[in-house]
Design a protein around this ligand. Structure first.
Ligand SMILES: [Zn+2]
Length: 291
């Protein structure tokens, strides 16, 4: 039986196809991301948070995955997960990964040399890892024929910033891409092609963006880490320890739910466990995720 947490999921948004490729699924206590919060405070939302997003112990199930997009002639990867062989002292689950990520991409019709664009919603280690891979002890671009699009504001922030995760992503996943002249720094509303553009969703990081897809009257958004977990739709104001600016992150979440809530827009969560996709629906005075 296939493990549903890792199963391949695909969606069609008009003429655009989106496929999820999971690198790793982790279990994390609520208070590891939301200090001093617990699952007990979420019992009112059990009907939509369990069993997919909260497990029997009340821990969060978080999926680290990339989205592979085909739009016309373009092959795009959104967020490149953590990568193999990276040193991540703070996260046991991610140390020295050795997953068949690139082989799986090729099987899905996205061999690395056929990727045209790499989009990173932000520059945390679990969104940039496969930007590079190691060849003869050196970190080199994984997608040599792609343009890598990084947000200007995001890069300006991280290029001199201490890495809070001690992942050294700057040296092994970002600088080699600049050195290979594969980076385009873009603004937070950049249009990638007719169907796909960025929307600014700052707060988790200063230059964080989400990915907006529109085709044939259908619409979807890839969240990035504006939402780490669907529980934040019920609790947008819970302090997320990983957000750089808590109040801005909360405002971004609320604005986003007001814009896309109760619409037909499909929301694809970057760390949302299977089934990953759903709609934002109003629920009393707040919102819920209907997957
Ligand atoms: Zn993340």
């Amino acid at each position: 039986m296939t493990d549903r947490r890792y199963e391949q999921l695909s969606w069609k948004i008009g003429d655009v196809s989106v496929t999820r490729l999971v690198e790793v699924v982790i279990k994390a206590p609520i208070n590891s991301l939301f200090p001093e919060r617990s699952a007990d405070e979420l019992s009112a939302y059990d009907d939509w948070l369990r069993p997919h997003f909260l497990d029997a112990d009340g821990d969060m199930t978080l999926s680290i995955h990339a989205f592979l997009i085909r739009a016309g002639e373009l092959n795009i990867i959104v967020d490149t997960c953590a990568g193999n062989g990276k040193k991540l002292p703070l996260y046991e689950e991610w140390v020295d990964l050795n997953t068949p990520f690139l082989e799986n991409m090729a099987t899905l019709g996205f061999p690395a040399d056929k990727i045209d664009r790499v989009l990173c919603t932000h520059l945390h280690f679990d969104h940039v890892g496969w930007n590079t891979h190691q060849v003869d002890g050196k970190w080199v671009p994984t997608f040599p024929n792609a343009r890598y699009l990084f947000g200007t504001a995001e890069w300006e922030f991280w290029k001199d910033e201490e890495d809070p995760y001690e992942s050294n992503a700057l040296d092994h996943a970002l600088k080699p891409i600049f050195e290979a002249n594969l980076v385009d720094l873009v603004d937070s509303t950049h249009q990638i092609c007719d169907e796909i553009s960025l929307i600014p969703t700052p707060g988790h990081t200063p230059g964080h963006v989400s990915i907006h897809i529109q085709s044939q009257g259908e619409e979807a958004v890839i969240t990035g880490d504006m939402f780490h977990h669907p529980l934040q739709m019920a609790k947008p104001g819970w302090i997320d320890a990983a957000d750089a600016e808590s109040s801005l992150a909360e405002k971004t979440r609320v604005d986003f739910m007001q814009r896309f809530g109760d619409t037909r827009t499909t929301v694809l969560g970057t760390h949302f466990a299977t089934p990953t996709a759903g709609k934002i629906v109003s629920d009393g005075s707040g919102y819920k995720f209907e997957s």
